[in-house]
Ligand binder design. Sequence first.
Ligand SMILES: Cc1ncc(COP(=O)(O)O)c(C=O)c1O
Length: 353
Amino acid sequence: MTATLRADLLSDTLTKPTDAMRRAMADAEVGDDVFGEDPTVNALEEEVAGLLGHEAGLFTPTGSMANQLGLRLHVAPGQELVCDSLAHVVRAELGAAAVFSAITSRTWVSQRGRLDAQQPLDLMVTGAGAYQVNTALVVVENTHNFGGGTVQSLDEVRRLRAATQEVGVRMHLDGARLWNAHVASGDALDDWGREFDTVSVCLSKGLGAPVGSVLVSSRERIAEARIWRKRYGGGMRQVGILAAAGRHALAHHVERLAEDHARAKRAAAVFAEAAPGCLDPDTVETNILVMDVGVAGWRAADLVAAALEQGVRIYAVGPSAVRLVWHLDVDDAGTDAAIDVVGSLLGEGPKGD
Ligand SMILES: Cc1ncc(COP(=O)(O)O)c(C=O)c1O
């Protein structure tokens, strides 16, 4: 039988709204957002667009929808996007770019999701005429989820931007966790935002809102995305109650992400000592820790099951790769429990049959 849960590090999507967030939701002014009449949604869209240095924003139920609306604004049917092979848009959006927008995708292989501008530049094909597929878009993810919370370099993005602009290739940022990148690196959000034609950000990951993402871009593109959002069934009505959670999160939960990062780093140092070679603690930059438990003789699924038996929920992201994600609902006591349980399991190795 599974023990009572002492720490849930499965994902930063698990957070429950705080009491203060629930109050903000209950007090929100609302209207019909399909008619553009929800004042709280309008304020959220304006706020996020401003933070990211763009003209306009669009509230969406999910990060996947924000990404997919962004992609289709840039890539015509039969053209391609390029991104790294671990990117969420190609690994975890269930082929949406192909299914909804007839977009083809090609990928480059990265180290932990880290962007090296030369890789997309070498992969892109432009002015291909009637023979090869034309590249219309490069997608960058920051922080990089499956890469292990990797923070991208703004200099590298700027290098990519200068080169893609010369050949008319656009750039989309999957910034689901751009907040974490901003807090970890100190890079301004609008410095990031301005390098991209569209940016999606999530309010429902480490920021702790129950639902919601925002896509930002030019006024013209967002007007087009608004039409497609409705077409996808994402036109929502008195959704200011959700936008209010997002506004509350922006006001109160951005700077505290540093606490999640510090807890992840504390755990990384212990795990690296318990199972030398399972990870390099310096690569844990934000709230996500990915390690190779195979070096300690574990299969990821077995370690995950053993940790759960002791009340710590973590996630297998590959045959020997395990992921732990810190968030608003994992405090110091939860972190201690995770360190204790997972650290001991790593040190002991799996029990023989
Ligand atoms: C990097 C990244 N982009 C996009 C998404 C999609 O967000 P949603 O689950 O709200 O569709 C996620 C979700 O985990 C993510 O990690």
